[in-house]
Design a binder for this molecule. Structure first.
Ligand code: BTN
Length: 252
């Protein structure tokens, strides 16, 4: 069997009963774009795109995401939440909990979340999430998790890691099944998801620097609001951060 065929079979087997439609690609620009196209054609909730590699993977805040062939889990799935649209701001956090708990369960690593949803092991990023929503019709949840050891470019060496680099291991298909099963359950219990998020979020209690559109906020992260916003106590009062790049000051 060719490696491509083997990959496709293992993903299809793992997602049987979890995802109603599974598209497995050897290479794609961005799985988020593929999943969005499927969603616009009417693909049902939890339809999934998985790729062995991406050529123009996208990260948050306009950054790129590198997905070398066979090195990690690169996936996006369509979500048609029953949640009111005002609560869709919780989707990135719900996904973060699902993915972090899945990595912990499958790879045996201790995983924390940096607000909003960087998956971190020992302070280094092992996975990222990009949720793109077209409310009220759908959202696309994109997840990239680094599994195999890779030679990161110089600028990522100190801040990125992989499951194998941390002494764990994970089968991509089984990891994906675990993520999606947990995601589907958490979507029905957003309050519970938020409780778990607060327990796993290593940003809470830390001194942070938040930058968004040239505006900088510095203070202590004291809470996560019911809508997923990060609450930062500053000299001028409590600021609610709904988007932006957070630096944990002691990490910097
Ligand atoms: C981030 O931390 O900046 C988010 C990274 C999200 C990367 C994943 S890989 C699968 C999906 N397709 C994309 O183009 N991006 C997401």
């Amino acid at each position: 069997m060719t490696p491509d065929r083997e990959f496709r079979d293992s993903v299809e087997r793992a997602l049987a009963g979890v995802s109603p439609r599974v598209v497995v690609l050897s290479e794609v620009g961005s799985t988020n774009d593929e999943a969005k196209a499927l969603a616009r054609e009417g693909a049902p909730h939890l339809s999934t795109v998985v790729a062995d590699s991406q050529t123009s993977g996208r990260g948050r805040a306009g950054r790129s995401w590198v997905s070398p062939r066979g090195a990690g889990l690169t996936t996006s799935f369509v979500v048609r939440p029953r949640l009111p649209v005002e609560s869709w701001t919780l989707l990135p956090l719900i996904t973060g909990v699902a993915a972090a708990e899945a990595v912990a369960a499958i790879a045996g690593l201790s995983v924390a979340l940096k607000w909003p949803n960087d998956l971190r092991v020992r302070g280094r990023k092992v996975g990222g999430i990009l949720v793109e929503a077209e409310p009220p019709r759908f959202a696309v949840v994109g997840i990239g998790i680094n599994i195999a050891r890779v030679n990161f470019p110089e600028e990522l060496r100190e801040i990125a890691t992989t499951i194998e680099g941390e002494g764990g291991s994970a089968d991509r298909a089984l990891l994906l099944r675990e993520v999606m099963t947990r995601f589907a359950a958490l979507l029905n219990d957003p309050e519970g998801a938020l409780r778990r998020y607060r327990e796993m979020c290593e940003t809470l209690g830390r001194d942070v620097r938040v930058e968004r559109a040239g505006v900088v906020i510095e203070g202590t992260a004291t809470g996560i609001g019911g809508d997923g916003a990060l609450e930062v106590r500053t000299a001028a009062g409590v600021a609610r951060v709904t988007a932006g790049d957070v630096t944990h000051v002691r990490d910097a």
